[in-house]
Design a protein around this ligand. Sequence first.
Ligand SMILES: Cc1cc2nc3c(=O)[nH]c(=O)nc-3n(C[C@H](O)[C@H](O)[C@H](O)COP(=O)(O)OP(=O)(O)OC[C@H]3O[C@@H](n4cnc5c(N)ncnc54)[C@H](O)[C@@H]3O)c2cc1C
Length: 456
Amino acid sequence: MNPASENTEKKLIVVGGGLAGSEAAWQAAERGVDVTLYEMRPHKLTPAHETGQLAELVCSNSLGSLKAISAPGLLKEEMRRLGSLIIRTAEACAVPAGGALAVDRDRFAKNISECIKKHPRITVLHEEVKEIPPDGTIAVVSSGPLTSEALTESLKAAAQTEHLYFYDAISPILEADGIDMEIVFRASRYGKGGDDYLNCPMNEAEYDRFYEALMAGERVEAKSFEKIKYFEGCLPIEVLAERGKKTPLFGPMKPVGLVDPRTGEQPFAVVQLRAENRFGTAYSLVGFQTKMTWPEQRRIFKMIPGLEDANFLRLGSLHRNTFLNSPRILSESLQLRTQPGLFLAGQIVGVEGYVESASMGYLAGMNAARLLSGKTTAVPPENTAHGALIQYITKSNPTFFQPINSNFGLFPPVAPMIKGRYKMKKTERYQKIVERALDELSLWITQYGILNDISK
Ligand SMILES: Cc1cc2nc3c(=O)[nH]c(=O)nc-3n(C[C@H](O)[C@H](O)[C@H](O)COP(=O)(O)OP(=O)(O)OC[C@H]3O[C@@H](n4cnc5c(N)ncnc54)[C@H](O)[C@@H]3O)c2cc1C
């Protein structure tokens, strides 16, 4: 199917009726745009979806924490205030889940499907789209981490092959505040690259213990369609360790070119940390992508000298995922730089998670509607959860770009750090980030009239 012929100035094409596409279609339609939403299921299923319903949850039925003072909780609150269909429906279909927003998945998907299909401005076509809509079309492509092969080929061409990836290889990210700078030292190998890296030094006995723990660490089984042929440069650290006790010492844990200023000697092994943002408030473990379970990652990575009190902002993972190198190809309004009017949304832009995907759908759908109404696009402030995600996916260093979930490490700091430590308590700091975000969101909503065009 080539949707090109159907589009005129006042119409929007949305490709993919998952979390992002459903939200995008709804937001545009509520702003007076006629939307055609293409969803290939049930005629063609992805390896993870099982039904023809829109917004089907492929795995867990949890949309994550509801805690007010948490990054996922903040993202939900912002979406609530923005009038998100996904959040409103999730809350209507909630099942008891402690502090999390979990849903009855069938009711949730059926409710979303019903809302979308009953909307007078939305037409749903259950067809596979094989090519991205051509130049001059206003469209949102939100075909997800399991985009069909034909469309992937077309995306490859539009994004240039080297900017489209097929799986993610995520290393854990931790807060700078929990790193013990009495143990860890700043240096780059052979002094090249200044003080960009933090190095956690290990002696032989520490390495032995760490290696044993890596070998014994419990792993997450890959799904059948996720049997990944790892690239050599992206092997999980535990797979590398399986190749031999010394193998990590020639890979990410190699100590050569590094001298611990406290001993004047080269350590036996090192774990390097690289800044995750321009504020220096979060660091990732270089080359530590992993398929170990989350409790095991916390336990084992805290054995690394200097990381005993580490506060993990996100844990490592490795799975099948189609995503773009967004910093290279997308503008802050999620339009392809080489094809303005073509918005990308959802997990494909490099966010991770149901709610994060829906939030990108919101922004793409809302901005596509603005564009169709002759307005300027509206980018949320970087101090909001939406804005922090946008900054990450469009401004990160493209060389190291990997998908991200909403976490406090993405936000500009609210307090200064002195010698690598905050003076303000973590709870107070997080509270301030949340308050600042919600204040700025309100101002943005008013300033850009984000909710003004919504039909009552
Ligand atoms: C196996 C797996 C498990 C996951 N588990 C979780 C989890 O437990 N919790 C969590 O928060 N996140 C999870 N994620 C990550 C992510 O949050 C979800 O994948 C989320 O659904 C992404 O939203 P999306 O709208 O971008 O994509 P999707 O929800 O996948 O929606 C994309 C839609 O596009 C359709 N489509 C694809 N190609 C075409 C085409 N050519 N033409 C028309 N339609 C097309 C698909 O059928 C699909 O309905 C998981 C991801 C995967 C792959």
